[in-house]
Design a protein around this ligand. Structure first.
Ligand code: SF4
Ligand code: SF4
Ligand code: SF4
Length: 399
């Protein structure tokens, strides 16, 4: 992590780009929460900046700073320090353990889904610090972890490790299985070995030690496969950002760099295969208007919008890229009762931009964005890969 804040010239460009500052007057914005206050912070003093926890870690300030300052990193460091020196709220404890709770919920999925749909249960959510208005995901017993973990010929030229992340594993394994089948149908050897949460929910809830434990467990598995010639692919942009940007700092070992250098966004990887390896994909026409909401963490990855480039190859498809708004959910941020007003205001702003396009469907590479935007716009939300699959019409994914 680069904490050099001395280059800040106080231009306030980051403030203009901060979604939370836009809707929540209690948050002083990335400039003040980041470089301005950093000058006065002492390592041995207890952090008093309670408002530091209002930052959603969307990283939009970082992308916008023309002077290479990283306000979001400075704020994250302070959020972690705040978390270690104050009693962690129950919600932060719950969301830092998304992986363990997801595992538990998947075993009794029908029961959990029924309970979460009951009004009386939803009314009790604020007691745990959870917003009753937030769109809650459904859980599946038949997770990706419990599915076939390999597909494609052993002799395939390209071997890929699909890092699917918690959302596709516990909540939308159907999309994960279809992605696995799509990649196999394009001639890749796909594996989905045992894997853990990338660690982002723990980081976002100030539990650095838990994030590091997840990173270390994943690193052992990922490096073993990289050494066997596998490339790592991710579909969730937040997992991707954690693997490529945070792992080198968290692991502080050559493994972190190795993972970062061998990890790719799925769309970026397919474009690479088309451009460099001559992969031919037979896109069939699809008459659709699509609004593409760009997740903040895709913006922060700095790889452009590879899914949009792929979708551009589908005859008849009209895709409008919307990269100006954050959906407001920001991982676990928008699920918290204390952030409910900020999250819903941001959700409404993003949904209004989508509605202006009058799309048949909206897409986003982040499961959280999709839930939130479907909730606020009433427009069906899909992963970009589902649109690609609709154009290619591969066999639907089995178990
Ligand atoms: S952090 Fe960057 S964008 Fe923000 S005020 Fe400083 S120089 Fe400007
Ligand atoms: S990470 Fe996002 S919410 Fe936090 S200060 Fe930066 S722009 Fe604002
Ligand atoms: S949920 Fe999506 S849009 Fe919202 S902050 Fe996260 S990545 Fe950005």
């Amino acid at each position: 992590m680069d904490f050099d804040f001395q280059h800040c010239i106080r231009c306030t460009i980051c403030v203009e780009n901060c979604p939370v500052y836009r809707v929540n007057p209690e948050f002083p914005g990335p400039k003040q929460a980041g470089p301005d206050t950093e000058r006065f912070r002492c390592d041995d003093e207890k952090s008093l900046d309670k408002w530091i926890r209002l930052c959603s870690q969307c990283k939009r300030c970082e992308v916008s700073c023309p002077y290479g300052v990283s306000p979001a990193e400075l704020i994250l460091k302070e959020q972690i320090r705040y978390g270690t020196r104050h009693l962690m709220p129950l919600t932060s404890r719950i969301f830092a353990r998304t992986y363990s709770f997801g595992l538990l919920a998947s075993f009794i999925a029908p029961l959990v889904n029924k309970a979460l749909s009951l009004k009386v249960i939803r009314r009790m959510l604020p007691l745990m610090g959870i917003s009753p208005g937030a769109p809650l995901p459904e859980f599946r017993f038949w997770t990706l972890k419990r599915s076939w973990r390999r597909k494609g010929s052993r002799k395939a030229v390209k071997k890929v490790f699909f890092f699917y992340g918690c959302f596709l594993n516990y909540n939308r394994p159907d999309i994960g299985r279809n992605i696995r089948d799509l990649l196999a149908s394009l001639g890749l050897r796909v594996v989905m070995p045992k894997q853990y949460c990338c660690g982002l929910p723990a980081l976002g809830n100030s539990d650095f030690e838990k994030a590091r434990r997840y990173a270390e467990r994943n690193a052992r598995i990922l490096v073993e496969y990289i050494d066997k010639g596998y490339d790592i692919l991710y579909a969730c942009t937040s997992c991707g950002l954690t693997l490529t940007r945070d792992y080198p700092g968290i692991l502080k070992a050559p493994e972190g760099k190795k993972i970062a250098e061998n990890t790719y966004n799925i769309h970026e990887y397919l474009l690479k295969l088309i451009d460099e390896e001559g992969l031919e994909i037979d896109f069939k026409p699809l008459e659709k208007t699509v609004a593409y909401h760009i997740p903040c963490h895709l913006k922060a990855l700095g790889i452009g919008y590879p899914a949009a480039k792929l979708l551009d190859k589908i005859p008849g498809l009209h895709c409008t890229v919307l990269d100006d708004a954050c959906c407001g959910l920001a991982g676990s941020y928008g699920f918290k009762y204390k952030n409910r007003t900020t999250a819903s205001r941001l959700g409404e702003i993003a949904a209004a931009a989508i509605k202006e396009v009058h799309p048949d469907v909206l897409i986003a590479d982040c499961g959280a964005c999709r839930m939130q935007l479907e909730h606020f716009s009433d427009i069906q939300a899909k992963d970009p890969l589902e649109i690609l699959m609709a154009s290619l019409n591969p066999e639907p994914g089995g178990k």
